[in-house]
Ligand binder design. Structure first.
Ligand SMILES: Cc1cc2nc3c(=O)[nH]c(=O)nc-3n(C[C@H](O)[C@H](O)[C@H](O)COP(=O)(O)OP(=O)(O)OC[C@H]3O[C@@H](n4cnc5c(N)ncnc54)[C@H](O)[C@@H]3O)c2cc1C
Length: 496
């Protein structure tokens, strides 16, 4: 009886690209040496049924898979795309069919579900005597139950960035025997949605457009990134591609540094600002790698019972029906496009936490499944920072009316997303009302008491960060504390 065919297996997860892809390159190298290999992606229905996943995210992934399978085909690799409740079902079938010599994949800093899944897969490999090789795709040190010191992590980050990117795979040899029959997911995607589209080619074009043109539009990236009117154009918009791996962050960081010299004067600050954010990304991923319990527990244990729940208020917040025009415009824009800039995300969380006193754990899933770029490491750190449940940092209480006047002075953004108010003047459009008007609801919290309520729902001793004129102005904050409010400052939410 003939033995099973020997193969190397590449397991794709959130790394749906050809460039800078260690596992694909290694498999390709082995194929050039006469071996055979399979690349497999499993649509895990149990994951996609969780409250943190959405149809829009899956469609983005499906688009990435369609692009990738076309690209892999060109080097002779037929990408196996299957559907099962969890990856280990498909992998088990492949292990039974082939003699798998090695499993190659990227290290993932995912949420609880994917972490548990990884453990099951690695146990399965151990049982079958299959060697597993995990490649880094972010500067994250694995297996620490305390985050490394900031300086240590920064050094690691710099070292990782200084390494060359993997060359694209060039050669492949599929196994001679046909893989076992597995269920296949539908890769049909809707064209009507306003969300971004997936795929490596689009990611590379988007990045090129950002560096060559968009980062300098209007006031430029650094200035406009918080603008509801221009942020969607001047921000890089690369986050979903980073999250699902159709673009490697190292590739983006290298490109930013390379392009720096050729950018026109003044744009270097935009480039640097972008580059810094890539570092923050890995900083938060590293924190989450070490403190993954922050998906479920407050970083500051004293905040565990800080907030409560009100189902009706949550519904109004998540539908963009709070009666606060700028809040509702941001939420409706998010629900329609699956993207918001940083400032607007922070303001929505601040409103849910400080105005509505909602527990971040119960509204987090709405944001996780609505953001096309759901990245657990950034998501839970930011949620907790904006909800005031971390250690030490000054609470980020955003006054929605002040933000509205400052960021959308003519009410253009509000008119776009809250058409009920389209006929109001720019003086009136920012103001919530105690009575419903034009089919638009009365404010969920009476406007005159909003600021008092928001302050009273914060940790008692701390100063609000975006106080209105009546509150304590930033100028009166002692210098030592003022430094902490710098937007570019990384909050270290752990003591010491
Ligand atoms: C409550 C809240 C939740 C968030 N959840 C996510 C999330 O799930 N996924 C996600 O990618 N970002 C998240 N962010 C961070 C940020 O808002 C988005 O990364 C950014 O808006 C994405 O748009 P962009 O790609 O155009 O970003 P750019 O401004 O062009 O930034 C470039 C890249 O840097 C990284 N980055 C930017 N800002 C930050 C930051 N503050 N911390 C860490 N990394 C950053 C992202 O990878 C981003 O793609 C969250 C922010 C808040 C306040």
């Amino acid at each position: 009886m003939r033995g099973r065919e020997r193969i190397t297996l590449v397991w794709l997860k959130r790394d749906l690209r050809l460039h800078d892809h260690g596992p694909l390159v290694e498999a390709s190298r082995k194929c050039a040496d006469g071996e055979r290999a399979i690349a497999v992606y499993v649509k895990e229905t149990d994951y996609w049924a969780t409250d943190k996943a959405s149809e829009e995210q899956w469609e983005f992934v499906a688009e990435c898979l369609l692009h990738l399978s076309g690209d892999l085909e060109k080097i002779g690799c037929r990408l196996l795309i299957t559907e099962a409740s969890s990856a280990e079902i498909t992998l088990k079938a492949l292990f039974a069919h082939y003699e798998v010599t090695e499993l190659l994949c990227h290290q993932e800093t995912g949420n609880h579900w994917t972490f548990e899944r990884d453990k099951k897969v690695f146990r399965l490999c151990l049982e079958h005597g299959i060697k597993v090789r995990e490649f880094l795709q972010n500067a994250v040190i694995r297996g620490k139950n305390r985050p490394p010191e900031k300086a240590v992590h920064q050094q690691f980050w710099r070292g990782w960035l200084s390494q060359k990117q993997s060359e694209n795979p060039t050669f492949w040899r599929d196994p001679v025997t046909v893989p076992p029959r597995c269920a296949e997911p539908k890769l049909i995607t809707s064209s009507s949605s306003l969300r971004q589209r997936g795929g490596e080619k689009l990611a590379l074009e988007l990045m090129e457009g950002f560096f060559s043109r968009r980062c300098m539009l209007h006031g430029g990236y650094r200035i406009e990134m918080g603008s509801p009117l221009h942020g969607d154009e001047t921000c890089s918009r690369l986050s979903p591609h980073f999250s699902w791996g159709s673009l490697s962050t190292r590739h983006a960081a290298h490109t930013a540094m390379r392009r720096g010299a050729s950018l026109v004067r003044g744009s270097i600050i935009h480039r640097n600002s972008f580059h810094r954010r890539l570092r923050w990304r890995d900083h938060f991923l590293q924190k989450f790698e070490s403190l993954s319990w922050m998906e479920f527990r407050c970083i500051n244990p004293a905040s565990e019972t800080l907030r409560g729940w009100n189902e009706k208020w949550y519904e109004r917040w998540s539908l963009g029906m709070t009666g606060y025009p700028f809040i509702d415009a941001c939420m409706r824009s998010l629900n329609a496009t699956n993207w918001l800039n940083f400032r607007a995300r922070a303001m929505l969380v601040s409103f849910a936490s400080y105005a509505l006193n909602l527990d971040w754990r119960r509204f987090a899933p709405h944001l996780a499944r609505t953001f096309l770029d759901y990245e657990p490491g950034i998501h839970y750190s930011q949620l907790q920072m904006q909800s005031g449940t971390t250690f030490g940092s000054i609470p980020r209480i955003y006054n929605p009316i002040k933000q509205s006047v400052e960021k959308d002075p003519d009410g253009e953004f509000i008119r776009r997303w809250v058409p009920e108010l389209r006929n109001l003047s720019k003086e009136l459009i920012h103001l919530p009302s105690d009575i419903s008007r034009h089919g638009y609801p009365a404010a969920v919290i009476s406007p005159p008491s909003l600021w008092r309520v928001m302050r009273s729902n914060g940790p008692k001793s701390a100063l609000p960060r975006h106080a209105p004129k009546t509150g304590r102005s930033p100028a009166s904050i002692p210098r030592s504390q003022r430094r902490k409010t710098n937007l570019d400052q990384l909050d270290l939410f752990l003591p010491g």
